[in-house]
Write a protein that binds this ligand. Structure first.
Ligand SMILES: CC(C)(COP(=O)(O)OP(=O)(O)OC[C@H]1O[C@@H](n2cnc3c(N)ncnc32)[C@H](O)[C@@H]1OP(=O)(O)O)[C@@H](O)C(=O)NCCC(=O)NCCS
Length: 167
């Protein structure tokens, strides 16, 4: 693995089977695939911003990520197939907020936990010591998922449960 967190980019090796590629390093076609996944009805409805993101907006967003070390967006590929996305936004004191999407074709197989655990295990090497997540209260699958991974509830309001996972 390379030193920079921007390149939290594993390649196929004997120890890993996932390619974790920063959006800024993805091809145009890969970014269209990422956008398509993000815009699926059953994905976007769980996002903080549930609106459809237009193509132009996505590519502007990817441009904005260049040179911004505090916002890291990754596509997760396995055998050339996009199986999910993972993003980290710096908060403070080594705590980063993370977001996650599993491709519906790959949900419910226990695989999402596998690749997220692999990423989490590496984060302390990049001085990331805790990750937070906010999950819509009406998203029981995601709540179950976070609890399975050991995320601890910190608080909740009318809409969200706020979690932290110390690494
Ligand atoms: C949330 C998400 C990342 C989890 O990935 P996944 O591959 O579906 O997760 P898993 O199948 O490993 O785990 C989900 C757990 O919820 C359970 N579950 C599924 N549907 C459920 C429901 N309606 N109510 C309660 N639990 C449910 C599953 O049984 C499983 O628990 P188990 O392993 O103890 O059996 C994925 O579903 C996803 O991307 N969803 C759409 C986008 C999203 O919600 N992102 C998170 C925003 S905070």
């Amino acid at each position: 693995m390379r030193a920079s967190i921007r390149m939290l980019s594993y390649t196929h090796s004997s120890t890993t089977m996932y390619d974790i590629i920063n959006y800024v390093d993805c091809t145009h076609e890969q970014n269209l695939e990422i956008l398509n996944l993000r815009n699926l009805d059953d994905v976007r409805k769980w996002m903080v911003n549930p609106e459809i993101i237009p193509e132009e907006g996505h590519f502007k967003f990817v441009e904005s990520l260049k040179g911004n070390p505090d916002r890291l967006y990754f596509a997760i590929y396995k055998d050339g197939l996009l199986i999910g996305t993972y993003n980290l936004t710096k908060e403070e004191n080594g705590v980063w907020e993370r977001g996650i999407i599993a491709n519906p074709t790959n949900q419910g197989k226990g695989e999402t936990a596998k690749w997220e655990r692999q990423i989490l295990a590496d984060l302390p090497n990049h001085s990331i010591n805790a990750v937070t997540a906010k999950v819509k209260q009406n998203n029981p699958r995601s709540i179950r998922y976070h609890e399975k991974l050991g995320y601890q509830e910190q608080s909740r309001d009318n809409e969200y449960v706020y979690y932290i996972l110390r690494l």
